[in-house]
Unconditional design. Sequence first.
Length: 241
Amino acid sequence: MFILEGVSKRFGGLQALHPLSLTLPKGATSVLIGPSGCGKSTLLRLLNGLSRPDTGRVLFDGQPLATEEDALLAVRQRVGYALQGGGLFPHLTGAQNVTLMARHLRWPEARIRERLGVLMDLTRFPADALERFPGQLSGGQRQRVALMRALMLDPDVLLLDEPLGALDPLVRHDLQADLRGIFERLGKTVVLVTHDLAEAAYLGDRIVLMRDGQVVQQGTLEDLESRPGDAFVTRFIQAQR
Ligand code: ADP
Ligand code: MG
């Protein structure tokens, strides 16, 4: 679904991503994992054109990712994205947050309602809570709203940046199980960011381990465990045992 070729990104004096190449297959859940600051969010934002690489290129479904705003808008309709922390607008209700893009695209009201119903079933979200503002929702509910918003336009790809970050263990456990069920039911291409190895193994088909703006190793958890590419891989795995 995505092919990254020699992609790099710099912020001032900081090389956030060194030139890297990576393939993210269609229909699979790929998990970007690595220590805080290693470039996971930066990499994720390159996939929907929210940020542009300094070098290299990103192919999306066989085509170089568009650069003009109009064409990018079309890409973003096919690539749903939930920001780290959810990124909900605090002055809009849950329902308004979820339906924002559909309204912008002038979907008929009936179609919006119908889609909202489907998403509430999928994420097991109570209808009354959708009328609350993000500040009145629990952390888990906010993440579910962010997930619904990312899914609203029925995209081919779902980008989720730490969808389980900052949740208490029980809520996290429930949402984790729900996410896995949702990924299975939808069969979409998912790219998920986490720094938790157990979560990566539970939710992902494949793991992409990053460090200091580079991809260190990729494969299943078993691949990483049985054939760690270097000492960092071994340490990263052992630290989370
Ligand atoms: P991660 O998501 O793995 O924690 P990020 O991709 O957010 O890491 O960040 C990688 C590095 O790039 C960090 O050092 C971060 O401070 C830096 N960075 C990210 N975005 C920006 C930005 N917009 N401006 C300057 N530095 C940034
Ligand atoms: Mg991040």
